[in-house]
Design a protein around this ligand. Structure first.
Ligand SMILES: [Zn+2]
Length: 126
């Protein structure tokens, strides 16, 4: 009973490896970065706000500097969002410029079912 179960789980792992081997090069997710960045920038904004508030308390900064906290909140959030947008643009550029040639290679490739060697007919092995 046990050997059968083991062989079943072993072939399951091999299937997963083969599936991974045969999977196309993945697309990047620009919208995912934008949405994660939006959430993250609010969190970073509040963390910066909190730290600035604590420092302001400890250093006994006069109340007239209170509006500065809003500047700090939006600056920290803005920096985070800028980072996310730049990353999303990079992902978008990858999807539109670098991914198509990789997909073309992937589409003409063949995988040997026995040894999992990958053949590219346009680049014969030396
Ligand atoms: Zn082979």
């Amino acid at each position: 009973m046990t050997p059968m179960m083991m062989s079943a789980s072993t072939s399951g792992v091999q299937q997963t490896q083969l599936a991974a081997l045969c999977a196309p090069p993945p697309r990047q997710q620009p919208m995912g970065v934008i949405m994660a960045g939006a959430v993250l920038s609010v969190i970073v904004g509040f963390v910066a706000l909190f730290i600035a508030g604590v420092i302001g308390n400890v250093m006994k900064v006069p109340d007239k500097f209170f509006p500065l906290l809003f500047v700090i909140f939006f600056a920290a959030g803005g920096v985070t969002m800028t980072w996310a947008v730049r990353r999303a643009l990079k992902f978008h550029r990858y999807n539109s410029e670098e991914l198509p040639p990789l997909l073309a290679v992937w589409q003409r490739k063949w995988v040997c079912h026995k040894c999992h060697h990958q053949f590219d007919p346009e680049k014969p092995a030396a």
